[in-house]
Design a protein around this ligand. Sequence first.
Ligand SMILES: [Zn+2]
Length: 56
Amino acid sequence: MKQAVVNCPQCDEIVEWNKTSRFRPFCSERCKLQDLGQWATESYRIPDKEQKIKEE
Ligand SMILES: [Zn+2]
């Protein structure tokens, strides 16, 4: 059987895509939290911008 693997988006580590890989597609909780942190920073910018437009 072919083993499904992915590369961790954060550090490029090979991650096995199966039920035991809790943090897939990330290799670890650390990489997952790093990515979520980046995503949260990005998403907070958009409402901030919209609010400014409404105020003007
Ligand atoms: Zn990683």
